[in-house]
Structure formats: structure tokens, C-alpha cells
Ligand binder design. Structure first.
Ligand SMILES: [Fe+2]
Length: 204
């Protein structure tokens, strides 16, 4: 099945254009937005059930994007980089991403990968790092993020979080799920992260 996902790319781009941040503006400017679409088979995941709550939690600027993705969830190709042996079953049942653009996404781009990440409530995404530089914009608030030797810090929806190349980072959700927009650039764009954190799920 092929679906015209131009609206996905337009809504994604439209949200990014509202983010008032130098790093995001620079990334958005460098992306050639007239990318060719790929015909991808849909691939749903268990974590998609969290999208309904994400629509409720998303701030007004992000709502059109979150609503589009929630409405069309079963037409989109969702992926997972990890398996149950990495972080356990609770993680795998509550984790997934949608690559909007990139080497394997709905739109073809060899220089940048960008999309959306879902984490369910009470999930720890342990310390990991990768060569690519990563920019996150959470579309739901309440998740705690850490980088390097720093502690966990709660971040609001719309805050921009920058993970520099090869610096350890981790996230943990609380009562609410996380939906976050990500941009990966400057490294192998489909590489699996190097995991350095512990795999125990649930909050201490
Ligand atoms: Fe990362």
C-alpha cells in the first residue's frame, strides 16, 4: 500500500519552523525539504496506544503534527533499533520511532534523519551514546533527561535538548508518555547506539 504522505512532511516541517532556537533553525535550513517519498509498508507497534494521550498533552503548536500522526498511525512504518535482550520486554512494548526523513524513512535523505520517538510511562531509556549529533524537541512534558555527568532534569514540551556527538545521555518517563521529535545529523544515521547504562526498568 502506498499513501501520499506529503502532509506528514509538511506538518513536521511546519512544527519545526515554529521552534525558536538557533540549533533547530540551523538544522531546518540545511534540510532540502523537496525530498522524494518512499513507498513503505505500514508497521504498527504496541507503543502506538500512547499516541492518544500524546494528542491531549501536546501544546497548541505541536497539536497538528501529533494529531496527524495519531490519526494515521496504522499507515506509517514504525521501527525499533533495540530488541528485548537490550532493555527488556517492558521497554520494547513501550518504545518505537517513526523516521519521517532519512536513509530508511518515509522521505529519502542521506544527510539527516528526523522523526518521532515514543516512550510509554515509567520507562527508562538507559545511558547510551552515538556518533551522530542529536537534537530533541519533546512534544509532551514531564520526562526527565540527562547528559554527560549531569543529573536527570524534567523538560517541558517545546524545550530543545542537544546531545553532542558521543556524549552519554538517558531519559526516563514518569506518569505520562513521551512523544519527542528528533533530528540526527553528522554521523552514521542508521547506527545502533552504544549502551552504557543499566537495563532495569521502573523507577527506584
Ligand atoms: Fe540518542
Amino acid at each position: 500500500m502506498t499513501t501520499n504522505f506529503n502532509e506528514l512532511l509538511e506538518t513536521f516541517h511546519g512544527y519545526l519552523a515554529t521552534v525558536d532556537n538557533t540549533l533547530v533553525r540551523d538544522a531546518v535550513t540545511r534540510i532540502a525539504w523537496d525530498m522524494p517519498a518512499r513507498a513503505l509498508e505500514p508497521h504498527p507497534l504496541a507503543c502506538l496506544s500512547h499516541l492518544d494521550r500524546a494528542v491531549e498533552l501536546a501544546p497548541p503548536d505541536a497539536k497538528p503534527l501529533v494529531r496527524f500522526v495519531a490519526d494515521r498511525r496504522s499507515d506509517l512504518r514504525w521501527g525499533q533499533t533495540y530488541s528485548e535482550t537490550d532493555f527488556g520486554k517492558a521497554f520494547i512494548d513501550n518504545y518505537g520511532w517513526l523516521e519521517v526523513l532519512g536513509m530508511r524513512g518515509h522521505f529519502a535523505n542521506d544527510a539527516v534523519a528526523a522523526g518521532l520517538l515514543i516512550l510509554g510511562p515509567d520507562i527508562v531509556y538507559p545511558d547510551h551514546h552515538h556518533v551522530a549529533e542529536e537534537i530533541y524537541v519533546p512534544l509532551t512534558g514531564g520526562t526527565e533527561w540527562r547528559m554527560g555527568d549531569g543529573g536527570f532534569r524534567a523538560r517541558d514540551a517545546g524545550e530543545v535538548i542537544h546531545h553532542a556527538s558521543n556524549v552519554n545521555h538517558a531519559m526516563r518517563t514518569g506518569r505520562e508518555p513521551l512523544l519527542a521529535l528528533y533530528i540526527w545529523r553528522g554521523g552514521p544515521l542508521a547506527a545502533k547506539s552504544t549502551i552504557t547504562g543499566t537495563v532495569a526498568q521502573g523507577r527506584a
